[in-house]
Design a protein around this ligand. Structure first.
Ligand SMILES: Cc1cc2nc3c(=O)[nH]c(=O)nc-3n(C[C@H](O)[C@H](O)[C@H](O)COP(=O)(O)OP(=O)(O)OC[C@H]3O[C@@H](n4cnc5c(N)ncnc54)[C@H](O)[C@@H]3O)c2cc1C
Ligand code: FES
Length: 266
C-alpha cells in the first residue's frame, strides 16, 4: 500500500560535506517500507519546485524513517534548511524492494556515494554478513562505513583520489575480492551511479553471479504515470521492453538490463 503521509521533521543534521540525515516521524510509511524502497518528498515552502524528490529510505528507528541525502540542487537545498517540527508531505513506500538474499551465497554490497543509504536496510536484513564495498571520489564521499561495521559487515573502501582506502574505483575492490576467493558463491547488491552499476553487472555476468542493481533515475511522478524514468530490459523470452524505474524498479536483476552503450573496459 502507498501512503501520502504528513511527517514531522524530528532532526535534520549535517554529517559532513554536503551530506545530511533527515529524520521523519512516520506512522505509516516507516511501518511498511522494505529494503531498497524509496519515498517521494514534496519540497516545502517552494511552489515553483512542484515535482517531488525521490530518496531511498536509509533506515527506520524508533517510529521514524531516516533519509541520508546529498545537497545537490534547489530542492535538496530547501530540504537542508528545513527545521525540526516542520511538516513534510511524503509519498511512499514506492518501488520494488531488493529481494531476500540467497542464504547460500556470500552477500556483497557495492555502493557509490550516497548509494550506501539504499543498501543499509539490506545489510540489516541479510542473515549472513558479508562485505560492503564503498566507493567515492574522495574520503568525504565514503559514507556509513562505521554503521555497516556495527552490523557486523566487513567494510572496504576505494577513493578515486586515493584520500581513503584503495586509490581507484569500487569495482577494483570487487575485482580483488572475486580474485581472492575463487569458487565462492557470491550475490551482489549495488546502488550508485549508472556507470558503476553497469560495471558491476558486467562482472556479475562474466562470473555467473546474481546481482541486484538499484537505479537512481531522474523522476517525475514517482508512481508510474509520466514515463520520465524509463529503462530498457529484456524479459524472460529475450524480448526488449520498456519499464518504469519508479514502478517496476528501482531494483532490477543485472542480467535483465539493456545498457545504452557498449560496456567497454569499465
Ligand atoms: C530511487 C531513487 C533514490 C534516491 N535516493 C537518494 C538518497 O538516498 N540520497 C540522495 O541524496 N539522493 C537520492 N536520490 C537522488 C535525489 O532524488 C536527487 O539528488 C534529488 O532529487 C535532487 O533534487 P534537487 O532539487 O536538489 O536537484 P536538482 O536541482 O533537481 O538537480 C541538481 C543536480 O542533480 C542531478 N540530479 C537530480 N536528480 C538526480 C537523480 N535522480 N540522479 C542523479 N542525478 C540527479 C541533476 O541532473 C542536477 O545536476 C535518489 C533518486 C532516486 C530516483
Ligand atoms: S517517474 Fe513518472 S513514471 Fe516513473
Amino acid at each position: 500500500m502507498i501512503y501520502m503521509e504528513t511527517c514531522r521533521v524530528e532532526d535534520n543534521r549535517g554529517v559532513g560535506g554536503e551530506y545530511r540525515i533527515l529524520v521523519l516521524r512516520s506512522e505509516q510509511i516507516a511501518g511498511s517500507v522494505l529494503p531498497g524502497q524509496f519515498v517521494h518528498v514534496r519540497i516545502p515552502r517552494r511552489n515553483d519546485l512542484v515535482l517531488r524528490r525521490p530518496f531511498s529510505v536509509f533506515r527506520v528507528r524508533n517510529g521514524c524513517m531516516e533519509i541520508f541525502y546529498k545537497v545537490v540542487g534547489a530542492g535538496t537545498r530547501v530540504l537542508a534548511e528545513t527545521r525540526r517540527h516542520a511538516a513534510l508531505s511524503v509519498l511512499g513506500p514506492l518501488g520494488r524492494a531488493f529481494p531476500d538474499a540467497d542464504p547460500d551465497a556470500e552477500p556483497v554490497l557495492v555502493a557509490g556515494g550516497y548509494g550506501a543509504a539504499a543498501l543499509y536496510m539490506v545489510a540489516e536484513a541479510c542473515r549472513r554478513r558479508g562485505t560492503v564495498l564503498l566507493g567515492g571520489a574522495s574520503a568525504g564521499d565514503i559514507l556509513l562505513g562505521t554503521e555497516f561495521e556495527s552490523l557486523g559487515w566487513r567494510v572496504e573502501v576505494a577513493t578515486e583520489d586515493g584520500s581513503l582506502g584503495l586509490k581507484g574505483r569500487v569495482t577494483d575492490l570487487l575485482d580483488a575480492l572475486i580474485a581472492r576467493r575463487p569458487g565462492e558463491h557470491f550475490e551482489f547488491f549495488a546502488c550508485g551511479p549508472e556507470g558503476m552499476l553497469r560495471a558491476v553487472a558486467r562482472r556479475a555476468m562474466q562470473k555467473g553471479v546474481r546481482a541486484w542493481l538499484s537505479f537512481d533515475r531522474r523522476m517525475g511522478c514517482g508512481v508510474g504515470a509520466c514515463l520520465a524514468c524509463v529503462l530498457d530490459v529484456r524479459d524472460e523470452g529475450g524480448r526488449r521492453r520498456r519499464v518504469r524505474v519508479c514502478r517496476e524498479g528501482p531494483v532490477f536483476e543485472a542480467g535483465t538490463v539493456v545498457w545504452e552503450e557498449d560496456p567497454g573496459n569499465d
